[in-house]
Structures are given as C-alpha cells and as structure tokens.
Design a protein around this ligand. Structure first.
Ligand code: ACO
Length: 312
C-alpha cells in the first residue's frame, strides 16, 4: 500500500515528469539510483584498465591518439556519473571506498583480459556497442541528473563503438589472414561476456520490476540483450566473422535471432569477484588511489590557502 507521498511520486513518474535532486523521493528510489549510478561510474573507471593496457602498444600514431582520447572519455564519464550520484546525498569518498573494499559492483565485462590488439576492436564494437544500447534509454530515465549525464556519454560512446568497428574493418577486410584469425579468436572470447553485460535474465533479475516501475530502467535486461544480438550479428557477417554460438539462428516468425544459453555460472562467479582479472583490476584501482594521495592533498592545501587569502 503506497502512502500519499508515494502515490503522488509515482504519478509524476507515470506522467513523464523528471525527478530532480531537491524533490521528495522514496528512500528505496534514492538507494536504487545511488547503487546503479555508482556502479555505472565504477564501471567507467575500471573500464579504463583493459584498454589502457594497449596505449603504449597501439600499432600506429593514429590508433594511439584514438585510444588515448577514448580512455580519457571513459574517465570523464566516471566523473559525470559520480557527480550525478552525489546529487543524491552521498559523497564520492564513500562511493570510491565501497568500490575499493569490494562492496560495490562494477560491470562484469571489465574483468576479462585484453590479450591482443584485436581485443581493442572488440571492446569498441561489442562492449561500447552494448553500453550504447543500454544507455540510450537512460537518457529518458526519471532522474534528471542521470538522464542529462547520459546524453553526452552516449554521444561519446558512439565514437567509441565506431572506432572499434573501424579497427576491425581494417583488420578483417583489408588485413592479413593472421590478423583476421586474431579477430575471430578475440570474438570467440568476447561474445558471451558482452551478452552478460545486460545482467541476469529477467526471471532472475531482482531489481528490474521496481526499477521499471520507477522508470529508472525503460527496457528489461533480456529486451536489451536481444536488441544487441539482432543489431550485432549482421555486423559480424559483414566482417566475415563467425559468432561463437551454434544455436544462433534467424527466427523469421519472431523477426529476431534465437541464441544459445548464457553460462550463468560464469556470470555469477565474475560478479562475486572470481573472474579472470577481478583481483588485478581492484588492486590497480586501490593502488592508483594511494598514489594519487599527494595530488588530493596538494589540491586541498591550495584550496585552503586560496580561501584564507580571500578571507583577509
Ligand atoms: N556486471 C556486474 N554486475 C551486474 C551485471 C553486470 N553485467 N548485471 C547485473 N549485475 C548485478 C546488479 O548490479 C545487481 O546487483 P546488486 O543488487 O548487488 O547491485 C544484480 O546483478 C542483479 O541484477 P539486476 O537485478 O538485473 O540489476 P539492475 O536492475 O541494476 O540491472 C544493469 C543491471 C542492467 C547493469 C543496470 O544496473 C544498468 O542498466 N546500469 C547502468 C549501465 C551500466 O552500469 N553500465 C556499465 C557497463 S557499460 C560501460 O561502462 C562502458
């Protein structure tokens, strides 16, 4: 049974009116947003690591410049998202602390290693491609600061997706057989983890029903995953790559691709901290934070000095 405030709140949501930071909101709505936005921010920040691994080894100056710009964009996305979360009354220190203690999640996909240069193409094409499918609807979600942050994020993600696909076009359509084989091998490793990015199947997603009612989520995990498969399979065909799923087939009646069952044991192992790179990723972030301590101290000292100068 909803209270009067809750009813009025739900009515605003149903009418498509945005909720802003100073508006009244039910506590579970605020908590859900903090959880989702902060996990999203952590994903952007941890997501810099697998690609950062290739900046010094990019094969040409052009590719290095593109990769640098892209990884920097991800840092920017993390910062907008932390700011959006802070509007809900939580501090960035708390959020970062929860990431570093292992309490907060970040996207499963960033716990996989980048073993070859083709992986950089796969991340742009499949990972950023999936991120766009998930995030375009978020530009219309009910919470104003999150929705607005997503507009710019999505524009930049679109560049990220294109640079990845462009890299793969070069290797698959204009490259050597060895390069093409490298791309196929990378697709074999990235396909299933990319499908897992959309989260558990709808039947096993504890948060979906409430988040959809509040219009934090506009589409279910399975709907978005299906969209990704439908959009991506023809792109794989264009590259001449084979999607590693023996059950993948066009379903003419449904107008969608049918696809095989995701290995959910792998998904849950990764989100519980036992994926191939979870420990390495977390250790890298904790270390970066430690090494940045002097920068934070220098900024506070400068701000204090500036404040005391203004006071006189
Ligand atoms: N990786 C890690 N954890 C996940 C993933 C995933 N791919 N998918 C689901 N989970 C977690 C959820 O966070 C939730 O855990 P929690 O309750 O402890 O927070 C649990 O699994 C159950 O899942 P759902 O009930 O389906 O959770 P939710 O409604 O939050 O949906 C989703 C998950 C779809 C990821 C949603 O949070 C979302 O759209 N987030 C914003 C986008 C985002 O974070 N993208 C990050 C990757 S893209 C990028 O950074 C480039």
């Amino acid at each position: 049974q909803l209270t009067g405030d809750e009813q009025a709140f739900q009515q605003r949501i149903d009418e498509g009116i945005r909720i802003e930071p100073k508006d009244w909101m039910p506590e579970p709505y605020r908590k859900t947003l903090i959880r989702q936005i902060s996990q999203h921010a952590h994903s952007e920040i941890v997501g810099m690591l697998p690609e950062g691994n290739w900046i010094t080894r990019a094969p040409t100056l052009k590719r290095k410049a593109i990769l640098l710009a892209k990884v920097q964009d991800e840092a920017g996305h993390g910062l907008y998202l932390y700011s959006a979360a802070e509007t809900l009354g939580v501090s960035r220190d708390e959020l970062v602390g929860d990431l570093h203690s292992g309490k907060a999640k970040y996207s499963s996909i960033f716990n996989y290693p980048t073993l070859t240069w083709a992986d950089i193409g796969m991340i742009g094409w499949l990972v950023d491609g999936s991120a766009i499918i998930n995030q375009i609807p978020l530009c219309r979600c009910s919470y104003g600061p999150y929705a607005r942050a997503m507009v710019r994020v999505c524009k930049e993600e679109s560049f990220h997706q294109r640079q990845g696909y462009d890299l793969l076009i070069q290797m698959c359509l204009h490259g050597t057989q060895a390069q093409k084989d490298m791309c196929q091998e990378a697709l074999n490793r990235w396909w299933w983890p990319a499908l897992m990015m959309f989260g558990p199947s709808d039947a096993d997603s504890p948060n979906s029903a409430q988040s959809m009612q509040w219009r934090i989520k506009l589409f279910s995990n399975d709907e978005l995953r299906q969209k990704m498969v439908d959009q991506t399979v023809p792109q794989a065909e264009y590259l001449g790559l084979k999607v590693p799923d023996p059950d993948l087939k066009w379903n003419k009646d449904q107008g969608h691709y049918d696809f095989g069952e995701i290995d959910w044991d792998e998904f849950y192992a990764v989100i519980k901290g036992n994926g191939p790179c979870n420990r390495e990723r977390l250790a890298a972030r904790v270390n970066a934070h430690k090494e940045g301590q002097w920068v934070r101290e220098a900024f506070s000292a400068y701000a204090n000095k500036h404040e005391s100068e203004q006071a006189v």
